[in-house]
Write a protein that binds this ligand. Structure first.
Ligand SMILES: Nc1ncnc2c1ncn2[C@@H]1O[C@H](COP(=O)(O)OP(=O)(O)OP(=O)(O)O)[C@@H](O)[C@H]1O
Ligand code: SF4
Ligand SMILES: [Mg+2]
Length: 354
């Protein structure tokens, strides 16, 4: 049988290599400029968190990068997937079967709703054996043994019995774990988790996050974790990209972002942590809503909601993403040493709430 590999050796997973790199990605549909100039990368064994309100372009950017965006979307930029043998694949240059083959084998997906990934008509076993048989060339008996190992790996007790179950016979938390097992079945280089734990209660959420972390350490998988919840992302990600209105507004290592939050929007996200009875994807502390992608403002995309905007520049000019040092990137005219003299210290209240 094909046993799951142990921890990757340092030579097998060069720490400096990136598993997935997205450069200057833009996505538009008709006149809607949904994603603009988004760049990030994630290395083997690392987790990149992408956070932002509903409609900020998180899913559209990541799914378009791997060729799963809407068929009518125009996608530009450069997306490179580096597989464990060191081969680089130009994902935006691949089409049809070639793209499907790379994606099916090298990228695993975990979505909010297991129904989007699990087939209700097939047993858990079939769903876990199909990929390895097709992509890894395992014999049915080998694939079955592996499927049981995978269930154990994601913390499902009594795997032999669960393999025979259909998705509807499992609890929500178990279905989510099965989806993770399916995502891992072909030992992909990258896992994309889009609101993977949003529908689950907090305890199961924590268990799933722990399971993914453990798997990452064991298999060296790179993970892109998409969520509107900064607390969840902070608990799992090594680096965080903050998106709003289709752009990256702040990007930094997680510890740095939490200790030294600079962008007014990120500060708003911290201040908007949900209280009982509130939806957690709304920026309650900042009135207004994200821009319509068909009418992106000429200046700062956050301008109409920003409480520290200083002068006309914010409204008329588009701020560049600036590196403050050590990989901390911020898109705002008013950086820590350049606050506008008239700026209302509105974020101080928000800081107080942190
Ligand atoms: N198929 C589509 N056609 C046109 N516009 C779309 C399509 N899918 C999404 N959009 C628009 O693109 C923007 C970004 O959507 P996206 O789904 O990436 O947001 P998100 O950050 O993932 O939000 P959520 O947290 O709700 O999942 C939104 O304005 C949305 O209305
Ligand atoms: S550029 Fe101006 S409007 Fe935009 S976030 Fe910075 S201060 Fe606010
Ligand atoms: Mg989404």
């Amino acid at each position: 049988m094909s046993a799951l590999p142990g921890p990757p050796s340092p030579s097998a997973v060069p720490v400096s290599a990136t598993a997935l790199e997205v450069r200057s990605l833009s996505v538009s549909i008709g006149t809607a400029r949904i994603v603009r100039d988004v760049s990030w990368s994630v290395s083997p064994g690392q987790t990149l968190g992408i956070v932002g309100e509903s409609g900020s372009g998180k899913s559209m950017s990541v799914l378009s990068a791997v060729g799963l965006g809407p068929g009518n979307a125009r996608v530009t930029g450069d997306v490179r997937l580096t597989t464990s043998d060191g081969t680089e694949h130009d994902l935006l240059g691949l089409r049809g079967n070639a793209l499907r083959r790379i994606r099916g084998r090298r990228i695993g997906f975990v979505f909010q709703d297991p129904a989007t990934s699990l087939n209700p008509m097939l047993t858990v076993e079939r769903q876990l054996t199909e990929g390895p048989e097709v992509h890894l060339g395992l014999k049915p008996r080998e694939a079955r043994a592996r499927a049981a190992e995978l269930l154990e790996l994601v913390g499902i007790p009594d795997p032999a019995r669960r393999l025979k179950a259909y998705p509807h016979e499992l609890s929500g938390g178990m279905r989510q774990r099965v989806m993770i097992a399916v995502a891992l079945a072909c030992e992909p280089e990258v896992i994309i988790a889009d609101e993977a734990t949003t529908a689950l209660d907090v305890t199961i959420q924590a268990q799933i996050i722990d399971a993914i972390r453990e798997l990452q350490e064991r298999l060296g998988t790179a993970t892109v974790w998409i969520s509107h919840d900064l607390a969840v992302v902070g608990g799992i990600a090594d680096e965080v990209v903050v998106m709003y209105g289709g752009e990256v507004l702040e990007r930094a290592e997680t510890v740095r972002l939490f200790q030294d939050t600079v962008h007014p929007y990120t500060r708003g996200l911290f201040a908007s942590r949900p209280h009982l009875g509130q939806r957690s994807d709304q920026l309650l502390s900042i009135p207004g809503s994200p821009p319509d992608p068909r009418a992106i403002p000429p200046g700062c995309v956050f301008w109409d909601r920003c409480s520290v905007r200083g002068d006309d520049r914010c409204r008329t000019q588009h701020p560049e993403l600036v590196d403050l040092g050590d990989g901390h990137w911020v898109r705002s005219f008013y950086l820590p040493d350049a606050r506008p003299p008239s700026a209302e210290p509105a974020t101080r209240d928000q800081e107080g709430e942190r």
